[in-house]
Ligand binder design. Structure first.
Ligand SMILES: [Zn+2]
Length: 282
């Protein structure tokens, strides 16, 4: 047993020494060799210089920010009435000019990219260097040059997309359902055209207007509903009578159909009967 441990220790020491005195210098030698070759290629490669010059000429468009949308409803009925496309339309009301600009920039990228790829392919000066290769290994230089070259080829954005994800979560926070949609430039442009088609401030497309109204109406969260009831003392603001909560409804003072918004100031408590009587009058 004692001998076994001694043998083991000796073998262990020998291996450690071999690693230290042969392995380490060998490793350092390879690292230095690689660094020397990389440095030479970076300074002297004509192909790389041509590519850098090409990249400078092609100014591709960069999308300025992420337009993805997400929202969590605490009311399953409203969650059910709003589709991801409705939610997108609603938001495009406010940012469609920026979104249009991004889509145009990205489609220009697609056109320019074809030309760019042709020009990249035409660069054929691999292995031609501005100074003497000297002791360096030409095969190794070429390998490094190809790798660096490929890493410097530009990859511009060619698809513009907006992801919309909607969820329904109970007031406790437990997520019960999710739905989502991905919309790319073509469809978004169609929606923007429909939004831009207005007559004296009104959207001409009925579908667009309905989508906006559905999202606006669904903005009444349960949290908001309860705090309005509380604010109004559980009384109908038309007949003044007090009701149990299940007989109360939230009313938009200026109706959504007439451009009213879901804000605390524009909401009031009504009983079912009065709400029916009021309808869309304003
Ligand atoms: Zn009433």
């Amino acid at each position: 047993m004692g001998i076994d441990i001694k043998v083991f220790l000796i073998v262990f020491l020998v291996i450690t020494c071999l690693c230290l005195f042969i392995g380490l210098p060998l490793l350092l030698f390879f690292i230095k060799k690689r660094n020397d070759h990389v440095a030479f290629v970076k300074v002297n490669s004509i192909a790389l210089k041509n590519l850098v010059e090409l990249n400078r000429r092609y100014k591709f468009y960069e999308v300025s920010k992420n337009y993805d949308l997400s929202h969590t409803y605490d009311n399953d009925v409203f969650y059910g009435t709003v589709s991801p496309e409705d939610y997108l339309i609603y938001n495009l009301q406010f940012n469609r000019y920026n979104v249009s600009k991004e889509i145009l920039g990205v489609s220009n990228n697609v056109i320019k990219l074809t030309e760019y790829k042709k020009e990249v392919k035409a660069i054929s000066s691999f292995g031609k260097y501005e100074s003497e290769v000297g002791k360096l290994n030409i095969e190794y230089l070429l390998k490094i040059e190809r790798k660096l070259f490929n890493s410097k080829i530009l990859k511009p954005t060619t698809v513009f997309a907006i992801n919309v994800s909607l969820a329904y979560a109970k007031m406790s926070g437990e997520v019960c359902s999710k739905k989502s949609g991905v919309f790319t430039g073509g469809r978004i442009n169609q929606l923007i055209d429909m939004l831009n088609n207005q007559d004296r401030g009104f959207y001409c497309d009925r579908g667009i207007w309905d989508a906006i109204c559905r999202v606006e109406r669904a903005k009444v969260s349960n949290k908001m509903r309860f705090s309005i009831y509380q604010r109004d003392g559980y009384r109908c603001r038309m007949c003044g009578r007090r009701f149990k909560m299940e007989n109360l409804e939230i009313d938009h003072i200026k109706p959504i159909a007439k451009g009213g918004k879901t804000t605390y100031d524009n909401l009031q408590t009504l009983c079912r009967r009065c709400n029916k009587l009021k309808g869309d009058s304003y």
